[in-house]
Design a protein around this ligand. Structure first.
Ligand SMILES: C[C@](O)(CO)[C@H](O)COP(=O)(O)OP(=O)(O)OC[C@H]1O[C@@H](n2ccc(N)nc2=O)[C@H](O)[C@@H]1O
Ligand SMILES: Nc1ncnc2c1ncn2[C@@H]1O[C@H](COP(=O)(O)OP(=O)(O)OP(=O)(O)O)[C@@H](O)[C@H]1O
Length: 272
C-alpha cells in the first residue's frame, strides 16, 4: 500500500508561553500543502526500513515512520513485520512538518492495511505522542491550533485563488533551538479574530514569532521573504520555525526564479 504524506505551512504563529513540561503553548493556523513524500508499506518476513530521495539527518532507526510503527506494535502485538520504504521530497528542518506527516501517515496506513480498528480520536492521541504538529496531519484540513499544536479546530481558509511558492534555502533549523531563542511577549492580535478570507490583508495582520530570532541567525531567510514581496507577493512568511519561506502571488504571475533564487542549495517549489 502506498500513501503520499503532504506537508503543511503555518499562517501566523504566536508563542503564548512556556509550559511546566518544557513545551510551549502556541496559536497557529496549519494549512495542508501538496508537496509530497511517498511511503510504501508491505508485509515482510522481518522488519526493514529503506529510504531514497533527500537524506535525513540522524539514524534510520530513529525515523518517525519506525517510531510510529513501534508505538502501534506495543498496543497491537498482532501487527506483522513490514518493509517500509520512504521516498523523501519534503525538505527537513524546514518548518514544513514533513517528519510529522510521515509519522501520521504511517499510523493511518497501518490502521487501514491491518484493519486495527483504531478510531480517529485514538489516532490523534497516538500522533500527538510522536510530535507536536503530528495530530494535524490526521485531520489534514486548514485548522487553528492551540496547546503544543495538537488542539485543533477547523477553520475556513482557501488560498486556491493564489499561486503558492515555497523556497527552501538549504538551511536546517532545529525546532528545539528555535524555541529556546524566543523572547516571549503577548501577541498583538489573536489569529482567531483574523478575517482569513481577506488574503490581501494578511501582510498587515499575520505574523510568525520565530521570524525575528531565526532571521537574526540566518539573514538569508529574511532576505527570501523580502525578495518575495519585492517580486509581487501578496503575502510572504517563514513557515513554522523555518527555514522554508512561503509566498502567495497573484495567479499566473510570472516569477523569474533563476534570477532570484538560483543560489546553490536553494530549492524552489511551485505548489500545484
Ligand atoms: C514550530 C512548529 O513547526 C509549528 O508548526 C511545531 O510546533 C513544531 O512541531 P514538531 O516539529 O512536531 O515539534 P516536536 O518534535 O514535538 O518538538 C521539537 C522540540 O521543539 C520544542 N517545542 C515544540 C513544540 C512546542 N509546542 N513547544 C516546544 O517547546 C521542544 O523543545 C521540542 O523538544
Ligand atoms: N521521516 C522523517 N522525515 C523527516 N525528518 C525526520 C523523519 N524522521 C525523523 N526525522 C527527524 O526529524 C527532524 C525534523 O524533521 P521535520 O522535517 O519534520 O522538521 P521540520 O520541517 O522543521 O518540521 P516542524 O515544522 O515539525 O518543525 C529531522 O531533522 C530528522 O532528524
Amino acid at each position: 500500500m502506498v500513501v503520499f504524506p503532504n506537508c503543511k505551512i503555518n499562517l501566523g504563529l504566536h508563542i503564548l508561553g512556556k509550559r511546566p513540561d518544557g513545551f510551549h503553548d502556541l496559536e497557529t493556523v496549519f494549512y495542508p500543502v501538496p508537496l509530497l513524500d511517498v511511503l510504501e508499506i508491505i508485509t515482510a518476513k522481518e522488519m526493514k526500513f529503506t529510504m531514497s530521495g533527500i537524506a535525513i539527518p540522524g539514524a534510520d532507526g530513529d525515523n518517525l515512520c519506525l517510531q510510529a510503527y513501534r508505538l502501534l506494535k506495543a498496543d497491537y502485538p498482532s501487527l506483522p513485520p513490514v518493509h517500509m520504504h520512504l521516498h523523501k521530497n519534503i525538505p527537513t528542518g524546514a518548518g514544513l512538518g514533513g517528519g510529522s506527516s510521515d509519522a501520521a501517515f504511517t499510523l493511518m496506513l497501518l490502521n487501514d492495511k491491518y484493519k486495527l480498528g483504531i478510531s480517529k480520536e485514538q489516532l490523534l492521541v497516538y500522533a500527538a505522542q510522536l510530535g507536536s504538529d503530528c495530530a494535524f496531519f490526521i485531520e489534514n484540513k486548514p485548522s487553528i491550533a492551540y496547546g503544543r499544536g495538537e488542539i485543533l479546530e477547523p477553520i475556513e481558509v482557501d488560498l486556491s485563488e493564489y499561486d503558492m511558492w515555497i523556497v527552501h534555502p538549504g538551511v536546517h533549523v532545529n525546532t528545539g533551538w528555535a524555541f529556546k531563542q524566543l523572547h516571549i511577549k503577548a501577541p498583538e492580535n489573536s489569529l482567531k479574530a483574523i478575517n482569513w478570507s481577506n488574503v490581501q490583508e494578511y501582510r498587515n495582520v499575520v505574523s510568525n514569532d520565530f521570524e525575528e530570532v531565526v532571521f537574526k541567525e540566518h539573514p538569508l531567510i529574511g532576505k527570501i521573504k523580502e525578495e518575495m514581496y519585492a517580486n509581487g507577493a501578496v503575502y510572504a512568511s517563514m513557515s513554522g520555525s523555518g527555514s522554508a519561506v512561503l509566498g502567495l502571488f497573484p495567479k499566473g504571475m510570472q516569477i523569474n526564479i533563476a534570477g532570484i533564487w538560483s543560489e546553490t542549495g536553494y530549492r524552489v517549489f511551485k505548489i500545484k
